[in-house]
Design a protein around this ligand. Structure first.
Ligand SMILES: [Fe+2]
Length: 159
């Protein structure tokens, strides 16, 4: 017997929200991976502060990946789980370990802005569907990524 889902959301609503959450998951995975790589490969006189800033950010994103994927599962949809699947779902480009430190931070700041746009779209779709739990998760992710973008921007001397 197949257990059916009765959560007050239609199958179509669950599918629409899960599709947007899957894009957020893929973007988050890509930014996580790049942030962790730059944590390893960043070089220069600011090494320790950049290395530690990036560790804070990738740790948050690593934990968020599980929350986002499990929300997709709670909606009755399978989560992607391979590098090719994630690669096909995200517009975030791979990082380059040869980059100079401030170029790494600038790239990550822009990636957070891309991710913020993806999460904002998911928030809208979740709100329209009346899916408060997904909307709440996206609100939390927006706050986190806006904070990370601000920290990177300020580290680079911007407001
Ligand atoms: Fe480390």
């Amino acid at each position: 017997m197949t257990a059916t889902i009765h959560t007050g959301l239609t199958k179509a609503e669950r599918g629409d929200v899960a599709e947007e959450l899957t894009k957020v998951l893929a973007d988050s995975f890509a930014v996580y991976l790049k942030t962790h790589g730059y944590h390893w490969n960043v070089r220069g006189p600011e090494f320790f502060s950049f290395h530690n800033l990036l560790e804070q950010q990738y740790t948050d994103m690593w934990n968020a990946l599980d929350d986002i994927a499990e929300r997709i599962r709670a909606l009755g949809v399978l989560a992607p789980q391979s590098y090719p699947a994630f690669g096909n779902l995200t517009s975030i480009k791979d990082g380059d370990p040869e980059k100079e430190a401030t170029a790494m931070l600038k790239e990550l700041m822009q990636d957070h802005e891309t991710l913020i746009a993806t999460a904002r779209k998911a928030l809208d779709v979740a709100s329209d569907a009346g899916d408060e739990a997904s909307a709440d998760l996206m609100t939390q992710r927006l706050a986190a990524h806006e904070k990370f973008a601000w920290m990177l921007r300020s580290t680079l001397g911007g407001r």
